[in-house]
Design a protein around this ligand. Structure first.
Ligand SMILES: NC(=O)c1ccc[n+]([C@@H]2O[C@H](COP(=O)([O-])OP(=O)(O)OC[C@H]3O[C@@H](n4cnc5c(N)ncnc54)[C@H](OP(=O)(O)O)[C@@H]3O)[C@@H](O)[C@H]2O)c1
Length: 248
């Protein structure tokens, strides 16, 4: 009989963009579940600082721009000194968009692609190399978006980056041969600083076409992220949509 490859649950997870919104909800949930968490954002919020002060042995936080490759790598090295090997990665940090494509400058398009696609791929490369070098089996969860699968005006470059991460997730899963599981969650719209640009008319329209009758809540996304990091499943290379069937 061939040997079954089992990737154990993550114990120390790096969450990019863990300072607010969905990222902070993921950090909080993983801590509640007993995991160790490293989290960064460009600005460390009082909420994230509080979590670090309350759990000094289990939380490592820092101010890092995900597009600064050297700073992100230094953060991972320092986090591992405190928490041990990182065996889970949640690529959550991203910037939004609120401009028609014809009104979006080339510089703005580049910034969205650099933050939401290039930087997470570069960070993933670094973390996976360390996992493999340290003999750690790990899990990756990419936070993408329903925008990767359905069209929304004002989100052309943003949607392209999320579609890119969905595609990368599938190829990573094949490339990593089961030593690291790679999946994505694709939430529908939820209230956050990023989505604050949506007007009430747009929000009402999304709710009207959602069978479950409400916008997605971060609290409805975090259990799925935790499941992908912690449960013994054979889910690999998948994009799990969490939007109450708004997009169906
Ligand atoms: N909100 C929605 O409706 C929605 C729907 C589907 C998917 N999503 C996805 O869900 C994830 C979280 O979104 P959210 O709504 O919670 O957004 P948010 O409230 O704007 O939070 C974004 C997080 O990413 C960090 N971040 C942004 N740029 C960064 C950079 N260059 N370097 C490091 N950290 C950076 C932010 O902190 P700093 O600004 O301090 O760096 C913050 O911690 C994103 O991947 C987003 O695309 C959101």
């Amino acid at each position: 009989m061939s040997e079954v490859t089992v990737v154990p649950p993550s114990t120390a997870v790096l969450v990019s963009g863990g300072s607010r919104g969905l990222g902070l909800a993921i950090v909080t949930d993983l801590l509640d579940a007993g995991l160790k968490v490293a989290a960064f954002a460009r600005t460390v919020t009082p909420e994230l600082t509080k979590l670090a002060e309350e759990n000094p042995a289990r939380v490592y936080v820092g101010s890092v721009d995900v597009t600064d490759e050297k700073a992100a790598q230094a953060f991972v090295r320092e986090a591992e000194k405190v928490l041990g090997p990182i065996d889970g990665l949640v690529n959550n940090a991203a910037i939004g968009q609120d401009s028609l494509h014809v009104h979006t400058s080339a510089d703005q398009i580049s910034k969205i692609i650099e933050t939401n696609l290039t930087a997470p791929l570069v960070l993933t490369r670094f973390v996976v190399r360390r996992m493999l070098a340290q003999g750690v089996r790990g899990r990756i969860v990419n936070v993408t978006s329903i925008c990767a699968q359905r069209g929304y005006p004002g989100l052309v470059a943003y949607s392209a980056t999320k579609g890119g991460m969905d595609a990368a997730t599938r190829s990573l899963a094949r490339e990593l041969g089961g030593r690291v599981l790679a999946n994505a969650v694709a939430p529908g719209f939820f209230a956050s600083e990023m989505s604050a640009v949506l007007g009430q008319t747009q929000l009402d329209a999304i709710v009207r076409r959602t069978p479950t009758g409400h916008l997605t809540e971060p609290d409805e996304v975090v259990p799925v992220v935790r499941m992908l990091l912690c449960d013994n499943t054979n889910i690999n290379g998948q994009v799990l949509v969490i939007d109450g069937a708004a997009s169906i």
